[in-house]
Design a protein around this ligand. Sequence first.
Ligand code: TXD
Length: 310
Amino acid sequence: MSKKVSIIGAGMTGSTTAHWLAQREIADLVLVDVVEGMPEGKALDLLEAMPVIGKDVSITGAGGAGFEATAGSDIIVITAGLPRKPGMSRDDLLAANSEIVGKVAEETIKLSPDAIYIVLTNPLDVMTYLTWKKTGLPPNRVIGQAGILDSARMRAFVALALNVSVENINCYVLGGHGDSMVPLTRHSNVAGVPLHKTMSAELLDGIVERTRSGGGEIVKLLKQGSAYYAPSAAIAQMVEAILKDKQLIVPAAVYMQGEYGLKDIYFGAPAQLGANGVEKIIEYDLNDEEMAALKQSAEGVAANTAKLGL
Ligand code: TXD
């Protein structure tokens, strides 16, 4: 039986997620949006591309928030909500997006009680927490996407600086998905060589800074909307890890139950993804400075999570 992945929010990240997933031919896809016609149109367009790339995938769209089409999903991806405008922080989106995401979670869980949720909507850590609360699922079945993207940005900048294949570059960005994210330079490496041994401290500092403001750099260039190719590629990697039970370790927003000394927040940490969603949270050996940076990031996430009043 085919697996089913429903993507709620057929905007830039949602439709691009469908694009990456269709190429992988791992699940039938449903695109849902409040806008009428748009998800149907995008789904049909993508479906018509399948003969060209030789993939047999069912792709359907449902406008007017037609959640019935999502019934029986194995994975629900939530990208519904507003993106940032130039000058806005991710946290500025909290009020508007919590209304949207809360409703999406409540409606979809009724139709897919066994689903695993992957959340993208900003402010990411808080929206993932909200989804967990509203669905009532165990925390391993609700995951937020941020860390793969933030780490991929850092990997891309290192690859550019060193002229080395992106495949050789391992970078780990933990913490909240915001300006206080924590790029772990000590744990990052180029084919096993610690990052700081491959470049000057100035160059590395510049890469860390560019990683932290990587989302804003794109928002500023686009002038309308925010990044979508890399974020959606990250979701597709998570979906694949779950559907294929890969036990893939990636940084993701996961529910903290004492790991890194943190509790009752969704927060970016290395997580092993498999058929049950989050199979395990990996704890790195962190020094005092790294722990302090994580703690500071966590305080921001906790303060924002408290605004939900849940
Ligand atoms: O790494 C990350 N976590 C992020 C987060 C990376 C990129 C984008 N990130 C956030 O995802 C971004 O800040 C936004 O909060 C979401 C979605 O970004 P996207 O770029 O896809 O925004 P769009 O193109 O505006 O698409 C959002 C769609 C749009 O088509 C709306 O009509 C729809 O969401 N929408 C809804 N769909 C279904 N149901 C409801 N209620 C609804 N409300 C809006």
